[in-house]
Structures are given as C-alpha cells and as structure tokens.
Design a binder for this molecule. Structure first.
Ligand code: PGA
Length: 244
C-alpha cells in the first residue's frame, strides 16, 4: 500500500487526477472504476481542465461506477447518473455507451445486480478503481455487515449514511433507503485501487482502514489485502495518526 500525505482537498484532488490521467495515457482504452460523492469532485474538475487543455482523450475510455440509489430516476439531480454527467461525462469526449452505472430506475434488484456484475467481467475488469470512504468505513455502498458481500448487490443504507447524505437532499426523508453497489469482491478484483480521503470527519475511518483488524464491520479494512492500493489523504484525514 502506498500512502500520500497531502495538505488539503485540492492537493488530494490534483494528485488523484494525475494518477487517473497517467492511467489514461498509459492505456487509452482503460476501464476506470468511478465514484461519486463530495470526495472525487475536485479530481473530476482537474480531469475536465486537462481535457480542455488537450492533454487528455477519453474517446477510448470505459467507466464503471461503483453504485447508484435504487428507485431513483436518471433525471433526478441526486442520482449518480446525473452526478457523473454534471461532473465529468458531459464535459469530455467519452462515449455515452462506454459509461456504466447500475440502473437505479429498475426495481428488479436481481436483474440489475447480476447484469452489472456481468458487465464488469465482460469489460475485462476494472483497471483502476477510484474510491471514497464513508464515515462508517463503507466503500461503494458496502455498509458495515457481518460478512463481506462479494458481488454487486442491493443494500439497505445505514442510518449514518442516510444522515451523511441528507445534505444533498431537501430533507432526510428524501434520501433513498436502498442502493445497488459493486460488491467487495467486485471492488477487490480491480487491478489497482485509488482511495481518496479528506477531512477530519473521515479520520477515524481512515485510521481503522489502515491500522485496524480486517472486518466487514469496517468494510474498507479489506483493502489491506489488495496488492496495489494507493491512498491519498489530507492532513485533516490523517489527524488521528498525528495525535498518536
Ligand atoms: P463523500 O462520500 O465523498 O460524500 O464523503 C464518500 C462515501 O460515502 O463513500
């Protein structure tokens, strides 16, 4: 595992974008695993900028997103489909048919999840998977549980996740209660993983992820077993290490 300690959110974002960009340049037909939430927004901003400057070409790139709310329309501004268009896809020359997100409009969880798992496999797996982390240590929407769920599945969101995500909605009741997510096995099968962590509210989760016992109660701890993980964390996220 490689750990970069950076000053703040912007430095984290720039470093993350440079690793994603390097992957795209090295293999212009890469499959990138992408994430949503506040964490990757800055990295996507750098990728857009470098695309506008003619440095990056997305025409051969494929993307597989980690997760999507269940029972949300794509046109809903809180859907991850909408988020990806807003933050990246509508601003670069990626082909729409090369971008993949679990279909939150479909209620048949089995069909969506089996189909998505197959899609990841058909794409030959993910070359570089971008991850954020929840305050409870979730990755994708793999919430604390009594076992690691291997494949893409439908989850009930943890109360703490609903609480954390309500900032994007008008009120907590509007946050969907379920989501489709890549499984821990799907995530772990990526060739490379890039985990971004920013802010003091993630300090405990990051400390547990790097130093804690591997347990499905803190899903991100499984990353200790992956052979190629890069973590970029800012000073606030690393504050628990410094206090020790
Ligand atoms: P955030 O969410 O980037 O909005 O903090 C990360 C996550 O829950 O995985």
């Amino acid at each position: 595992m490689k750990l970069y300690r950076v000053k703040d959110y912007d430095e984290m974002s720039k470093k993350a974008a440079s690793i994603l960009a390097a992957q795209m340049v090295a293999d212009p037909e890469s499959t990138l695993g992408l994430a949503t939430g506040s964490t990757p927004v800055g990295a996507y901003r750098y990728l857009r900028k470098w695309y506008e400057e003619g440095i990056l070409d997305f025409s051969g790139i494929k993307t597989m997103n980690l997760d999507e709310y269940r029972g949300i329309q794509r046109t809903d501004s809180q859907s991850y489909y909408y988020f990806m268009k807003e933050n990246l896809f509508d601003h670069v020359n990626i082909l729409a048919e090369n971008t993949h997100i679990p279909d939150g409009e479909k209620a048949d969880a089995d069909e969506v999840c089996r189909g998505y798992e197959a899609l990841v496999r058909e794409a030959g797996g993910v070359d570089l998977q971008l991850l954020g982390i929840g305050r409870n240590g979730h990755i994708g929407f793999n919430e604390p549980a009594d076992h690691f769920e291997r494949e893409c599945h439908c989850v009930d969101l943890a109360e703490s996740t609903i609480e954390a995500n309500k900032r994007f909605f008008e009120k907590a009741e509007d946050v969907p209660r379920q989501a489709y997510t890549m499984g821990i096995g799907t995530i772990m099968s990526a060739a490379k993983i890039l985990l971004l962590v920013s802010g003091e509210d993630k300090a405990e989760a990051l400390y547990e992820t790097l130093c804690g016992a591997i347990t499905p109660q803190v899903p991100a701890t499984v990353l200790q077993l992956h052979p190629d993980v890069t973590v970029i964390a800012d000073e606030a996220a690393l504050s628990k290490f410094e206090r020790r």
